[in-house]
Design a protein around this ligand. Structure first.
Ligand code: ADP
Ligand code: ZN
Length: 647
């Protein structure tokens, strides 16, 4: 902890000093540069000059650097009203008698000199002079130009990085300040548990935090310590921020929200000083909640992959965070809630008692929860009367809460574009497709044969997964090109914690079903199976090297959960083992490929029926598969099995 003390003073020096330099530099260029143009001569054009010349009003002309002429008037002319503007007083109230009174660009030097000569011939008298003014300053600036541009760019990016709304110009000077957004009773964002659908378990766990904040004495009286932190672990969009906000809303306390990356800046010490500032603010408003999203940006385990040397700043920030959390007294009443989707990479020190000792898992919603989330987000939308939320929930496997919120919004936009009075089922389905696959590519050019290949490929996936007990049940198949993909088969992923060997194998077989169908139908395979192959290869590799599911390699793993070893350069096994691994991986894949081919050959006529139906409709659902293949026997069987295993 002592280590921090030294670094604490550095930020001000580094950051403010550099900024001050830049400001000074630009300011000085402005003022010095200003001298060049700040004399009081008035700009005229060459024809006015000729007029003055011929009237004999000019005392002298000085040509500077062959392109600018400075003109001085004679006394008589100065007193004439014509030249009043040139003869103005300067800011000290002095008259400018010595000139130059006018300047102009001479254009072609030769022509200009001819004019002067003509005037001389006419007997007009004036002085004529040539001067070369070395613009030392300009040279100086030009010499530094690359540096200036560099500093300018850097300055620009720093501002961009520290950007994100907020205080405009004053931002430069608040670099060491925390960038947390504050939601309190004044801001009218009121989130409560009612806005959080599903997540029952997580809500129950955070309920305790709400209690603590509302009524701390109830716990401290009995000698209990108030928790200082909770860590919400879950994929992006699953509602972690929402949940933390709801905690604040329920407890009616201020809520400071920021992201872990907000701490990180290129300057030394900024992160730590932001942490300090954040906790200072939070304590002033206590009881309060600090919410740090993406804590892994600063909370990654220390002392790893230190090759770059760029981690010191992050470590200082993390140390400061730990120090602040340790420094809370029992009556500080500030609770830190952090969110991450990578709990495995976090520094163990963060999880220790007295810090983020509560870890709450926020999972992707299941069908029932998805329905609830739909209900929350459908409230502000004008939906058609017979919209079936059960159906919507079933069509969105793997969607997070944020995805669902997005679907609802997108559906409303789609309906509005079609000038509809309410949003109906089809709009929602379109929205789902759009969010999963990207924009429909109606005008993507696909030949008839390509389309046929795609249809059989997708029908192959559908058929194989239908026939295999452990493959995930199908939701829908489409051959409408979207984003990068030309077609897709969607499955309802089973929610399971442990995956059995046969489950992985069945899934691999289904993934290879696309390519197998091409082989069976056309005896020809295409490049369209790249992502299938990638997925299958990864699965096979992890079966062998991670999960110890292969006989030849045996019950060992080459996985390192601490991440301390980088196996991308050095392999933790011998060359002989590497050969065995490669062979086993390709064995596994080949076996499943042959299995898929066998299955499809057996059901070839139905495969053709399905593919043709798909070609006609472009999108087909589970119901259509049931019509062609009959009800999937395993769906009934597994239901019975599962209910038995629960007993
Ligand atoms: P995270 O912090 O986990 O990335 P957010 O809390 O920012 O996710 O969620 C983004 C949005 O998704 C929320 O503002 C909300 O509209 C929606 N959302 C996510 N989960 C839920 C949920 N369980 N109930 C209702 N809305 C949700
Ligand atoms: Zn495929």
């Amino acid at each position: 902890m002592n280590k921090n003390k030294n670094t604490m003073k550095t930020p001000k020096f580094n950051t403010y000093w550099i900024y001050a330099m830049i400001v000074l530099f630009f300011a000085s260029t402005y003022f010095i540069g200003g001298n060049e143009t700040s004399n009081s001569s008035k700009k005229i054009n060459i024809s006015s000059f000729e007029r003055f010349l011929n009237k004999g009003e000019i005392k002298g002309v000085t040509v500077i650097n062959k392109n600018i002429a400075q003109v001085t008037l004679n006394r008589d002319a100065l007193n004439s009203p014509d030249h009043k503007s040139a003869n103005s007083t300067n800011f000290l109230g002095q008259k400018n008698l010595n000139g130059p009174h006018y300047v102009f660009e001479i254009g072609n030097l030769e022509l200009f000199q001819n004019k002067l000569e003509e005037a001389e011939k006419k007997g007009i008298q004036f002085n004529y002079d040539f001067k070369t003014v070395e613009n030392k300053f300009l040279d100086y600036v030009l010499g530094f130009l690359p540096l200036i541009i560099l500093i300018g760019l850097w300055f620009f990016f720093m501002r961009r990085m520290s950007g994100g709304g907020g205080g405009g110009g004053s931002q430069i000077f608040s670099i060491g300040k925390s960038k947390a957004k504050l939601f309190d009773e004044k801001s009218d964002v009121k989130t409560t548990f009612k806005d959080v659908a599903g997540l029952e378990g997580a809500k129950e766990e955070v309920q305790e935090i709400v209690d603590f904040l509302k009524n701390p004495t109830k716990y401290t009286k009995l000698g209990g310590k108030i928790p200082k932190g909770a860590l919400l672990i879950g994929l992006p969009g699953t509602g972690k921020t929402l949940l933390a906000k709801a905690v604040a809303g329920e407890a009616k306390v201020p809520f400071f929200s920021l992201s872990g990356s907000d701490f990180v800046e290129m300057f030394v010490g900024v992160g730590a000083s932001r942490v300090r500032d954040l906790f200072k603010q939070a304590k002033e408003k206590s009881p309060s909640i600090i919410f740090i999203d993406e804590i892994d940006a600063i909370g990654r385990a220390r002392g790893k992959s230190n090759m770059t040397g760029g981690n010191d700043e992050r470590e200082n920030t993390l140390n400061q965070l730990l120090t602040e959390m340790d420094g809370f007294g029992t009556n500080t009443n500030v609770i830190v809630v952090a969110a991450t989707n990578r709990a495995d990479v976090l520094d163990k020190a963060l999880m220790r008692a007295g810090r983020f000792d509560r870890q709450i898992y926020v999972d992707l919603p299941d069908v029932r929860e998805r329905k609830e989330i739909f209900n929350v987000h459908l409230k502000p939308i004008k939906i058609s009367k017979n919209l079936d939320t059960d159906f919507l929930a079933k069509q969105t496997p793997g969607f997070s809460g944020a995805d669902i919120a997005n679907v609802c919004n997108e559906a409303a936009l789609i309906a509005a574009r079609k000038l509809k009075k309410s949003v109906n089922k089809q709009d929602f389905l379109d929205a789902v497709d759009r969010i999963v696959g990207g924009l429909e590519k109606k005008n993507k050019i696909i030949t008839e044969t390509e389309k046929k290949t795609i249809a059989f490929h997708e029908a192959g996936h559908a058929t194989v997964s239908w026939m295999l007990e452990h493959a995930a049940p199908l939701v829908k198949v489409t051959i409408v090109p979207r984003g990068q993909s030309l077609g897709a088969a969607w499955y309802l992923p089973e929610e399971r914690q442990i995956v059995k060997t046969e489950q992985i194998l069945d899934e691999m077989c289904a993934a290879l079903g696309g390519r197998a169908a091409e082989k069976v139908m056309f005896n020809n395979i295409s490049t369209g199976a790249l992502s299938d192959l990638e997925k299958v290869t990864k699965q096979a590799r992890s079966m062998v090297t991670v999960y110890g599911l292969n006989d030849k390699i045996g019950n060992l793993t080459y996985y390192d959960s601490t991440g301390q070893n980088d196996y991308s350069f050095t392999k933790p096994y011998s060359d002989v083992t590497a050969e065995v691994i490669d062979k086993e991986i390709s064995n596994i894949i080949e076996t499943q490929y042959q299995r898929a081919i066998k299955l499809l050959k057996k059901h070839k006529s139905k495969l053709i029926e399905l593919a043709n139906f798909l070609l006609e409709k472009e999108v087909i659902f589970k119901e259509d598969l049931v019509r062609i293949y009959g009800e999937r026997p395993f769906d009934i069987k597994t239901a019975i099995k599962e209910s038995k295993s629960l007993k």
